[in-house]
Design a protein around this ligand. Structure first.
Ligand SMILES: [Zn+2]
Length: 402
């Protein structure tokens, strides 16, 4: 396999850096490399590649075709219920591939995407995203979550059958939305039993609602311990947690930490979908990030939807999410950056990108002086490396008159 030497890079502490990769991982200086290809990073800041822990690639780029009549979550869900009948697999593959390529260009080499796995979409979304996963394998690691709902109530039996088929087809992660179920506890039990059987990880939409009474996260924490699934379950959204009292937030955060559940907050889309009926002091629609952080919970930051009925704008760039984590969730730039890098490697049980020998050679070189400046400016000019190979490069020419 070709060895590649990356020269003229710069680390966040200002030190110059040279990196050498072979067979997809970094190797120590001095290893015999034979004929190494040399790539000049032109003094760019070298950072670990980004992760997107929560995409919906099956619905991406549908904003024009299916406008959301109310702008809120239920409006988006309703419009997609009808919309699925008019979408085929080739359409999903085309849109999902375009968004993946844009994510890769921004420096994202690890993506977890949900795929609607329900009576409306049937198996076409999961089939399409599994095909995309295999096709984009040279560019990035894509995990596909079978987001199954409903699993209880009148359509529950059919929902369970479709989920079984999705797992058979090769879904990477088991997903669902228990807080929307007729019987949330039964849905959680079913999902976690499947996880025990299949040994797959679980990633659920949890309490995506600004109602402090919703407590699915607490119930999920107990169930995860009961099933012995600590360290394999992620809870996304958890919006209701953010509007509970400080005492309740801390109590639930402790339970989540005890069950070793990770959490993904999605400020971009939840700022858009939530609190549309509140004129006065609308809440932010995020998990209680500070309480979770103080309890030691691993928290990732993601984008959720991209230019579809759930979020009609949005770029394919985790630095956009990092910027929101700074302003909306009051994280420092370094904390926000860890939430789009290290946390997502932890959530998906992958080795950290620490540039040490043996570490996966995935990084982004960007025209910025520091992590803070990268988040502030979000410069387009980037070179992206996945498994030791340059997979994307963007250059920008700006001219301003005297
Ligand atoms: Zn989602």
């Amino acid at each position: 396999m070709t060895a590649r030497r990356f020269i003229n890079g710069r680390l966040p502490d200002g030190q110059g850096v040279e990196l050498t990769a072979i067979s997809g991982v970094f190797v120590a200086d001095g290893d015999d490399l034979g004929d190494a290809e040399t790539i000049d990073l032109d003094g760019k800041l070298v950072l670990p590649a980004f992760g997107e822990p929560h995409a919906h690639l099956d619905k991406t780029l549908l904003a024009e075709r299916f406008p959301n009549p109310t702008g809120d979550l239920l409006g988006a869900i309703e419009v997609m219920r009808i919309g699925w009948a008019t979408i085929d697999e080739a359409d999903i593959v085309d849109r999902a591939t375009r968004t993946v390529r844009r994510l890769v260009a921004s420096g994202t080499t690890l993506i977890r995407s949900h795929a609607d796995t329900n009576v409306f979409a049937g198996l076409k979304a999961i089939r399409a995203l599994l095909a995309v996963r295999d096709a984009v394998e040279p560019l990035c690691d894509l995990e596909v979550v079978a987001m199954s709902y409903p699993l209880t109530g009148p359509d529950g039996r059919e929902g369970r059958r479709i989920l079984d088929q999705a797992i058979e087809l090769g879904a990477d992660v088991i997903g669902g939305a228990p807080h929307l179920e007729d019987d949330p506890d039964d849905a959680i039990d079913h999902l976690l039993n499947l996880a025990v059987e299949t040994r797959l990880h679980v990633d659920l939409h949890v309490d995506e609602i600004l109602d402090a009474e919703y407590d699915t996260l607490k119930d999920l924490s107990r169930a995860v311990i009961r099933h012995g699934l600590e360290g394999t379950v992620n809870a996304s959204h958890c919006v209701s947690h953010g509007v509970k009292s400080e005492e309740q937030q801390r109590e639930i955060a402790a339970a989540v930490a005890h069950a070793d559940i990770s959490v993904v907050t999605l400020p971009r889309t939840n700022l858009y979908l939530q609190a549309r009926d509140m004129l006065q002091a609308p809440p932010r629609g995020t998990v209680g990030v500070e309480a979770m952080a103080q309890a030691g919970v691993t928290i990732g930051g993601g984008a959720d939807n991209c230019q579809d009925p759930f979020y009609s704008i949005g770029r394919c760039d985790p630095l956009e999410t990092a910027g929101l984590l700074v302003s909306v969730c009051h994280r420092t730039p370094d904390e926000a950056f860890a939430m789009i890098t290290d946390s997502i490697r932890e959530i998906t049980s992958r080795p950290l990108l620490d540039f040490q020998p043996g570490s996966p050679a995935d990084f982004v070189a960007i025209e910025a002086a520091s992590i803070r400046e990268a988040i502030a400016d979000q410069p387009a000019a980037r070179t992206v490396v996945h498994r030791g190979r340059v997979v994307a490069s963007t250059t920008v020419d700006t001219w301003v008159a005297e």
